[in-house]
Design a protein around this ligand. Sequence first.
Ligand code: UGA
Length: 435
Amino acid sequence: MRISVIGCGYLGAVHAASMAKLGHEVVAVDVDPVKIERLAAGDAPFFEPGLPEILSEAIASGRIRFTTDMSEVAGARVHFVAVGTPQGPTGAADLTYVDAAVAALTQYVAPDEFVVGKSTVPVGTAARLAASLSEAVPGATLVWNPEFLREGFAVQDTISPDRLVYGVPSGAAGESAVAALDEVYATTLAEGTPRLVVDLATAELVKVSANAFLATKISFINAMAEIAEVVGADVTALADAIGHDARIGRKFLNAGLGFGGGCLPKDIRAFQARATELGVGESLAFLADVDAINLRRRAHVVTLAEELLDGDVTGKRVAVLGLAFKPNSDDVRDSPALDITARLHELGALVSAYDPEANGTAARIHPEVHYVDSADEALRGADLVLVLTEWNAFRQLDPVAVAGLVQNPVVIDGRNCLDRDAWTAAGFTVRGMGR
Ligand code: UGA
């Protein structure tokens, strides 16, 4: 099928390459000429395992084309909208890019074609866009097909997702939209992926409520960590124990620095803002606590660092391992690790920070921090070590070798990812989160 994808960020670039991988003929559009040039040359503009491979494969097969010229979408049957919806100044989602993409697309969409929203939007957006699309192009249909990909697993999550959700209008238009999307995802559906057909508002809500639930689960365990810290209990053992209850489940119960990234933090804020607009703000009042618990984790680590450095970080050498918001990513948007690093620097600590992939993205936001090229370089002479992103390379560090590099064997394990016994045996004072 001929497909267009508007927006070549994390979501759009992966979606476009994955659609080509599934055998479709794809034209991918973005307003940023530098991004388009890199993608066209097979150079992924961000770190995402598996993306360079499917991108090169798609380019070699001739099934993908990258352009800044929106008119090239003409002739595609399905047009995916995958642009960003960043957090606006009030916390509500900024829909400028979605509105602009749909307006620009409308000029080239023909009747019987489908505009498929993938961006995360406030509930009600799809109905508004559907109305303007059908006014401009009678016979064209707008549907919402939210995306649930996780960075680091984006290719796998796109090609073999847990489920597909189609938000469609009722009647014949909805039926043909389902048929078109079934054709797009034929390979995925053949693997037995569950497919749920719902209305537009439900599809929009599925996405934001899934992220709100995940954020709540993480903040729940971090709230337990706060209590465990006071009473001397171990939140990891607690998570293991409650996680055995299948109704609770062990996934997303890792206490630590909390959630960051380009999705969960902004999505829970946008969801609250939308609920308030709709007059049901109280229903999501708890998300303010979810956000507050999450942000307290960062402050807690800074306080802990001060405590371990005798009350004052000024002039102390602090080794930071990890800047990305999670491993296998170079994304530092709202990253707890980078936030803590910048605060320690601001307080006067002599920070040496290292991340296997995110030094460059971090330096763009916080150029004042000193970044180094290896964990060893960061660790040399350190008065305190902070492990802030649970990269495998950090989990696997040999604590005996690390002890030989640092000045003071004290480590804050911000992600509870180190082997505490091994580090303690190597002479370290280990401070975990909620343990
Ligand atoms: C999240 C969702 O997991 C995806 O399903 C969704 O599609 C995506 O947002 C989106 O809306 O686009 P992502 O932002 O890639 O995906 O990251 P997650 O894997 O959800 O991790 C988010 C944050 O939570 C990270 O900072 C991670 O370190 C933290 N986290 C995760 C914890 O602190 N504890 C956990 O147990 C799990």
